[in-house]
Design a protein around this ligand. Structure first.
Ligand code: DSN
Length: 432
């Protein structure tokens, strides 16, 4: 039998599309706050043979034979991740951040019980209790918000709601909040009402990993994250504990035994919410955790923060209204109402110039989530491309030019060429 020639049997339609997407990423300015570019070795690890392997269970306790190598891969990923966050337990199997959060819900709260999270319209996340999501459909979701005058989390409101409603779980973390969190205050509230805290650090995780932002592990019982945002790994989720504990809420495993939180969480990921783990993605997670442990990643984190500061300053100096007036992390939220623009119009117009970001509701928005009054921008991806503070000024000048004349197609076409030329100076995957 003749061995197939991969070059001739390659699916040209799909691979042409993949090449097209690579060129889109290369030629544009990527400002979506939740996106990043992995290293080449992370990308390579993802496209490997463990995708062929079933490994339901955990290292040393699988439901399938032939798991000795993936056991080593998964153990390495766990050990590296524990080192990154000084954690004592980690689960690297969640396919995404939403899956990680679903597992925590399954482990800690029963259907119909109360949870308290940051309102989606104030910067929270779908999986923190939105009525459109499992977290809002199966549990009684309560919300805290941000203060209208400052744009900062309203901890008094959080406390008052918790004391009145006694939620089983308090969720902190956000997808569109540019400030650091007072985890100590949240723990004081949780202790008062007997709640468990889930900190979802998906957005700032890479900055927290290098000690550049407050450490949620000091005060929060359970920490979840995605791996593909500031952590710069493959698309996926993780759950971690710094201290394992016998759950004080009497939560039992499916057999009725009181279990430690780590056991409950392992059971909640598999078999609770997932089947076979994606061991090729776990291999790529291990590679990225190794990169985070290297010294260089601290420089990356610091540059992300310097770039965010520079970008925020450049927008403010041009009269843009930043929610909370600035940023402590990698992202910022801009209210465009004083520029007579909607978030939708801004996103669509900038897209034409290959500057990618997302429309985003601002706190107390009067427009629908499909239109919105704001945009969210983040710098993790452009920082990975090698951009610095001076480049942030250039990028903001380009954005401002377009937003000042959003219907000037000639101007936009010219800027699209400028964007392409600028990004040629910051090569992406030159080996590919
Ligand atoms: N969709 C992600 C974000 O853009 O922040 C959160 O899951």
């Amino acid at each position: 039998m003749k061995v197939a020639d991969l070059t001739t049997t390659k699916d040209a339609i799909v691979f042409d599309l993949l090449r097209k997407e690579l060129n889109r990423q290369r030629n544009g300015i990527e400002l979506i706050a939740s996106e990043n570019f992995t290293s080449l070795q992370v990308l390579q690890a993802m496209g490997t043979c463990p995708t062929n392997k079933y490994a339901e269970g955990y290292p040393g306790k699988r439901y399938y034979g032939g798991c000795e190598v993936v056991d080593e891969i998964e153990t390495l990923a766990i050990e590296r991740l524990k080192k990154v966050f000084n954690a004592t337990w980690a689960n690297v199997q969640p396919h995404s951040g939403a899956q990680a959060n679903a597992a925590v819900f399954l482990a800690c709260v029963k259907p119909g019980e109360k949870v308290l999270g940051l309102d989606l319209s104030m910067g929270g996340h779908l999986t923190h209790g939105s009525p459109a999501n499992f977290s809002g459909k199966n549990f009684q979701a309560l919300f805290y918000g941000v203060k209208k005058e400052t744009g900062l989390v309203d901890y008094d409101h959080l406390e008052a709601t918790a004391v009145k409603e006694k939620p089983k779980m308090i969720i902190c973390g956000a997808s569109a909040y540019s400030r650091d969190w007072d985890y100590k205050r949240i723990r004081e509230v949780a202790d008062k009402v007997g709640a468990v805290i889930m900190a979802d650090i998906a957005h700032p995780a890479g900055l927290i990993a290098k000690g550049l932002m407050n450490d949620p592990f000091e005060h929060c019982h359970i920490v979840t994250s995605t791996t593909h945002k500031t952590l710069r790994g493959p698309r996926g989720g993780i759950i971690m504990l710094r201290h394992d504990f016998e759950n004080p809420w009497g939560i039992k495993d499916p057999k009725g035994n009181i279990r430690t939180m780590s056991q409950l969480l392992d059971l909640a990921v598999f078999p609770g919410t997932q089947g076979g783990p994606l061991e090729h993605v776990i291999a790529a997670k291990a590679v990225s955790f190794g990169e985070i442990l290297a010294d260089d990643f601290e420089n990356y984190g610091k540059q992300v923060m310097r770039n965010a500061q520079a970008m925020a300053k450049a927008f403010v100096s041009r009269g843009y209204n930043l929610i909370s007036g600035g940023t402590d992390n990698h992202l910022m939220l801009i209210d465009l109402r004083n520029k007579n623009l909607t978030g939708k119009k801004a996103q669509e117009t900038l897209d034409k110039a290959h500057i990618t970001l997302n429309k985003n509701a601002v706190p107390f928005d009067d427009k629908s989530p499909f239109v919105t009054s704001g945009i969210r921008l983040g710098v993790p991806a452009v920082t990975t491309r090698g951009m610095n503070e001076v480049d942030m000024e250039t990028v903001v000048a380009m954005i401002d030019k377009i937003l000042m004349k959003p219907d000037d197609e000639k101007l936009i076409a010219g800027l699209r060429e400028d964007v392409k030329e600028l990004m040629m100076g910051f090569p992406l995957y030159p080996e590919l």
